[in-house]
Design a protein around this ligand. Structure first.
Ligand code: ADP
Ligand code: MG
Length: 510
């Protein structure tokens, strides 16, 4: 035991003493231990990157810190005082604030209202709007941000919305800011802006816990790194003291991503599955010429707002083509809805799993079988057996990491595994061409490598695969050929070793 007198003698540097720390935190869900005694420290004036594969326990750990979950054992130490658990109110009162992956904002309210959300100043039931505006102006100017405080949050970009959430946290006098994969939906530029803001907050003495799966971000932003693997701490170090390979090794152990581009498929490219010729869509893209053949993975790379996503969406009848043409399997088609696209053998993954296709509260097996319902249903129903068989057909091939039971709810799977289930859905439907928008958004490094392996394997077996992405690393990692889209136009076609980060960025525009 520490003698209290001795404790008094400790000279803690207030700038570097942990503001919040977890000590021996354990957490079990339904008898499964997902955190096995974690000691994480966040100190003022420093950024700790919390890294780990999906399912490693990162979100669970920070949810314990913000009071969403109660730990099974261990304690949370705030300013030197140990607590066996915190309530959300206690955590907030201690100055801890989290920017979750899903926005907590109110899109129909203004920026100013969002910044005061939950503590709108009022007197006798009358809101003090002047104070709402003053607070917003004050915090935004302290963050050197130029955001119209009267604008509806729904009119903002993802980056700006996230920033309003940070402003709200700061307006609440947060001392500890937790960000859960904050750049998943940001453009390169927006991510840079976010980083500079995080650095500024760090320099103001805030403690930052930054969850990410992107290694380049670890090096760009963090002072310390804490890697979780399967609920255990796999590595803790000063960021300066580690390299990429060590981080990957700690996170996933089993992958070697250091070796660069994977071997490309040996199968000669086959017939054209999808072809856009001089295709234009009102205001979204124009004069697009793109081909996707069987046996290849083609990436359409463009920054957010480039029009690349809309080109991808046009393959699924979600974006009208009003000049030029789209061919599917050599036939010019006029796709105006997804039903026709499915009938033509096109499989599609939207950039937003929740909106675009994953039925998250429904069983995994149903998610696989649902598009093949006409073929698989008996008397209009998908039986549990049929769903289990459908899942079994793809489980090993796509390396789906789940319980393997078709009845498991989709939402229990990690993002990467949900993506695999959706790929399985289209394979089960015998799709000829797969169009995947931002397939690894929010998916971390090990699961990404898995998914890339799956796509390459499918292509080598003759599938035509098109991914649309704003992540150049993804293009380099997986594509045989790539088109770059900027301002709605094709600015480059790159192949093989010509697909480099520099070439992609150069053609994608500033
Ligand atoms: P990460 O954020 O690193 O991806 P999580 O903390 O979300 O990981 O999950 C860690 C493990 O805990 C996973 O196996 C996940 O399935 C499980 N888990 C997380 N939340 C719950 C919950 N509410 N109920 C049951 N299991 C959960
Ligand atoms: Mg998480």
């Amino acid at each position: 035991m520490t003698d209290p007198a001795e404790k008094d003698n400790l000279t803690l540097d207030p700038a570097t003493a942990p503001v919040v720390a977890t000590v021996g935190i354990r957490k079990s869900f339904g008898g499964v231990e997902v955190l096995k005694g974690i000691d994480l420290e966040a100190s003022g004036g420093s950024v700790v990157a919390l890294l780990g594969e999906n399912g490693a326990g990162k979100s669970t750990l920070v949810k314990i810190i913000v009071g969403d979950y109660t730990p099974s054992a261990g304690s949370i130490v705030v300013d030197g005082v140990a607590h066996s658990a915190l309530t959300p109110v206690e955590s907030r009162a201690a100055g801890i604030s989290m920017i979750a992956q899903e926005f907590n904002d109110a899109p129909t309210l203004s920026v100013a209202e969002n910044i005061s959300l939950g503590r709108i100043p009022h007197r006798y039931g009358v809101v003090n709007w002047r104070e709402v505006d003053r607070r917003a102006r004050e915090v935004l100017s302290s963050l050197e941000a130029h955001v119209d405080i009267g604008a509806d949050v729904s009119s903002l970009t993802v980056g700006e919305r996230q920033f309003v959430e940070i402003a709200r946290a700061m307006s609440n006098d947060a001392r500890v800011l937790i960000l859960d994969e904050p750049t998943a939906a940001l453009s390169h530029h927006e991510a840079e802006v976010l980083f500079s803001r995080i650095r500024r907050l760090r320099d103001q003495g805030k403690a930052i816990i930054y969850i990410t799966h992107r290694l380049d971000e670890v090096f760009a932003i963090s002072d310390r790194v804490h890697v979780l693997r399967d609920g255990d701490t796999a590595l803790q170090a000063d960021t300066d003291a580690v390299d990429r390979d060590q981080l990957v090794g700690a996170m996933v152990g089993r992958y070697d991503l250091g070796k660069g581009r994977p071997a490309m498929s040996e199968v000669p490219v086959g017939e054209v599955a999808l072809r856009w010729q001089g295709a234009s869509s009102h205001r979204q893209f124009s004069d697009i010429d793109i081909e996707v053949r069987r046996g290849e993975v083609v990436a359409l790379y463009g920054k957010l707002g480039s029009g690349a996503l809309e080109v991808g969406r046009s393959a699924f009848g979600l974006e009208p083509i009003d000049a030029g043409s789209l061919e599917v399997g050599g036939e010019v088609v006029d796709l105006t809805n997804p039903v026709d696209a499915v009938a033509l053998g096109i499989g599609f993954l939207s950039e937003d799993r929740k909106v675009g296709g994953a039925f998250s509260s429904r069983p995994v097996g149903e998610n696989v079988a649902v598009a093949s319902w006409p073929r698989l249903a008996t008397a209009g129903l998908l039986t549990a057996d049929v769903e289990q068989n459908a899942l079994d057909r793809w489980f090993d091939r796509l390396a789906i990491r789940s319980s393997g039971k078709s009845g498991q709810p989709m939402e229990e799977l990690s993002g990467g595994n949900q993506q695999k289930v959706l790929v399985a859905r289209w394979l089960e439907r015998h799709a000829n061409a797969l169009v995947l928008l931002e397939p690894t958004r929010g998916v971390d490094v090990g699961a990404r490598a898995d998914l890339y392996g799956v796509l390459r394997q499918l292509a080598s077996e003759g599938a035509a695969i098109m991914i649309v992405t704003s992540d150049y690393e993804e293009v380099v990692a997986v594509a045989d050929r790539s088109y770059v889209i900027a301002k709605g136009r094709t600015t480059a076609e790159l192949e093989g070793d010509d697909i480099t980060m520099n070439a992609l960025l150069a053609h994608a525009g500033g």
